[in-house]
Ligand binder design. Structure first.
Ligand SMILES: *Cc1c(COP(=O)(O)O)cnc(C)c1O
Length: 243
């Protein structure tokens, strides 16, 4: 019962933050999807969040995510599973078979494998390109100057659908510094859409940005998906690296 009330409370508080940020930005609440980041949380925590109304869940580690998707197989048709963590090419098949979205595509080879391996009976896998928007040496993601070329290549793959861009900006202490990278990601998507215009691919419509600490800044700059873990589920134990 303690877990139930903590998660319901975290979820409600987060949805309130999303609603308030949308109001302040003059945007409809329906334009922002909350992806509850359930990494390191037990399957039961996802079940509890589902019972409280949550439908989209994000996982960082492939094996952990697959185990949870399987444990929650009875809810499969009601849940939308997002892979938001790094993806190695030897794990693409299981991801293509079991997830709905991948936010962390940063090279063509991964997208190609996901397209080749997406089962014919499923809708196209929804993809975002992860962009290293602050150009930090330590971060994964395509650098902004290469994003258009990657987007054009991924857009032509048959079994995936390129939806947008994702970023994990550096933590920042003031509002202006928090908003700048989100604004840059939005501008990058606009420039990619300008280049795709007139071609067969529909415009990108997904901006996956904003986490527990900066979801307001991200929504102010146009986020359509915020990925929130701590504010919903509480502090995580130390990360387990098992991608
Ligand atoms: C862990 C994680 C999140 C959620 O972070 P919180 O600060 O717990 O909200 C979002 N996106 C990615 C890629 C993550 O790894």
């Amino acid at each position: 019962m303690i877990m139930e009330s903590r998660i319901a409370h975290g979820l409600e508080g987060t949805l309130q933050r999303v609603r308030r940020a949308c109001e302040q930005a003059g945007r409809p609440t329906s334009g922002v999807t909350l992806v509850a980041v359930s990494k390191t949380q037990p399957a039961q925590a996802v079940r509890v969040a589902y019972a409280a109304g949550q439908r989209h869940f994000g996982e960082n580690y492939v094996q952990e995510g697959l185990a949870k998707i399987e444990a929650l197989g009875d809810l499969r048709d009601h849940l939308v599973w997002h892979l938001i963590g790094p993806l190695q090419s030897n794990k693409t098949r299981e991801v293509a078979e079991h997830f709905d979205w991948v936010h962390s595509v940063d090279r063509l080879k991964i997208a190609q494998r996901l397209s080749d391996q997406r089962p014919a009976g499923l809708p196209p896998l929804q993809l975002c390109l992860q962009v290293n928007i602050s150009e930090e040496a330590s971060k994964s993601g395509v650098v902004p100057s290469q994003a258009l070329a990657l987007a054009q290549a991924v857009a032509s793959l048959p079994r995936v659908r390129l939806r947008g861009l994702m970023a994990i900006p550096e933590p920042a202490h003031d509002e202006a510094a928090r908003r700048a990278p989100h604004r840059a990601l939005h501008a990058l998507m606009a420039s990619i859409n300008a280049a795709l215009q007139g071609g067969p691919h529909p415009p990108l419509d997904a901006l996956s940005m904003g986490m527990s600490a900066d979801l307001e800044a991200a929504i102010a700059e146009g986020a359509t998906m915020v990925r929130v873990g701590t504010a919903i589920f509480g502090e995580r134990p130390a990360p387990q690296h098992q991608a």
